[in-house]
Design a protein around this ligand. Structure first.
Ligand SMILES: NC(=O)c1ccc[n+]([C@@H]2O[C@H](COP(=O)([O-])OP(=O)(O)OC[C@H]3O[C@@H](n4cnc5c(N)ncnc54)[C@H](OP(=O)(O)O)[C@@H]3O)[C@@H](O)[C@H]2O)c1
Length: 313
């Protein structure tokens, strides 16, 4: 794994936190340097978005950039896609000083390669983001994969099951654990006005709607749903809220191979709102959470699915 950190024209070149955060362990994270605290007080809020090179993750990153967030753009393989996301974030970033910005702050965007299914990559990712940004205000667990081939439940193999569970569940489960411990170690030193961090998990309507030709995917998304409940319950005492966003059918590379099938289903009335979802639809929901619009909600599910979840007679 390599952690590509590509610099934008940000004002953070001085990297005042490097001496403290570089190679930091959980214990050393609990003692933040005065320089780091000062840096955090004048810099924009920071979101780490996994799988932001394409599709929904890119839409989330762009909407957060619009709010004034700095973004750590994670990708697995598509460096070109990640750089395009960075360019779109730079374009979307506001000139003024909205929600995430403090006076005089300038958001910045960087890409970080890491396969979130691998423990070593997760550790390097967190370390690199810490070194670059000093803090994380919002973790968005978006990265995920579908099975390469849809196979009937009675014939499906273990290889695909393991792949999906490793990327879609183990990755976010342990990345969240690592980020949560980083937060818990540093919360006391965090400047008061910065607020407490948040987590958003991108699950799917497949968390509750069975597709018998991709049981592995449904199982992984149902597990992610439980993960939201677990971390919401565990982290509440630290004021860290956890949310689940359940997208419906969204037009991305993931749904490209089944586009015709879903075109037909949508036009036949599958969803009350009769259109494909867009990455921007999901991005806007994440932005509402990022803006702290749901402070007394945690473990909450937000459906972004055109009404797919409504039972109708
Ligand atoms: N599209 C839909 O209709 C839909 C509906 C509900 C839920 N979702 C969920 O939304 C999320 C995003 O889906 P999408 O449609 O945007 O998919 P996508 O277009 O295929 O993009 C997937 C993203 O995840 C990244 N990724 C994959 N494996 C990774 C790994 N091991 N480590 C780090 N990043 C990894 C990819 O990075 P690279 O580009 O580098 O490969 C890419 O950025 C997924 O969790 C998916 O299950 C999608």
């Amino acid at each position: 794994m390599f952690c590509a950190v590509l610099r934008s024209n940000s004002r953070l070149e001085r990297r005042p936190w490097q001496a403290n955060a570089s190679g930091a362990t959980r214990a050393s994270n609990s003692v933040l340097s005065v320089e780091l605290i000062l840096a955090m007080a004048v810099n924009p809020q920071v979101a780490l978005v996994t799988g932001a090179s394409r599709g929904i993750g890119r839409g989330i990153a762009t909407e957060l950039a619009r709010l004034g967030f700095s973004i750590a753009i994670n990708f697995a393989r598509s460096q070109e896609g990640a750089l395009e996301c960075k360019r779109l974030c730079e374009q979307a970033a506001p000139a003024g000083a909205p929600a995430a910005l403090k006076d005089g702050a300038t958001p910045s965007f960087e890409v970080f390669q890491a396969d979130i299914s691998k423990a070593a990559d997760r550790a390097s990712l967190l370390k690199a983001v810490q070194e670059r940004f000093g803090w994380i205000d919002l973790l968005v667990n978006n990265a995920g994969v579908a099975p390469t081939v849809r196979v009937d439940l009675l014939e499906a193999g273990e290889e695909s099951f393991d792949r999906l569970m490793t990327i879609n569940v183990r990755g976010p489960y342990f990345l969240t654990q690592a980020v949560a411990n980083f937060w818990i170690g540093g919360l006391k030193q965090r400047p008061e006005k910065s607020g407490t961090p948040k987590i958003v998990n991108i699950s799917s309507v497949s968390a509750y709607a069975p597709s018998v030709n991709r049981g592995d995917y449904c199982m992984s998304k149902a597990a992610l749903s439980m993960m939201t409940q677990l971390y919401a319950a565990r982290l509440a005492e630290y004021g860290i809220n956890v949310y689940e966003i359940r997208p419906g059918i969204v037009l991305t590379d993931m749904t490209g191979p089944v586009k015709e099938k879903y075109d037909g289903m949508i036009s036949s009335g599958l969803t009350p709102l009769s259109r494909w979802g867009t990455p921007e639809d999901v991005g806007r929901a994440v932005a509402a959470i990022a803006e702290d619009r749901f402070p007394f909600s945690t473990g909450e599910v937000i459906n972004v699915d055109g009404g797919f979840h409504i039972r109708r007679l």
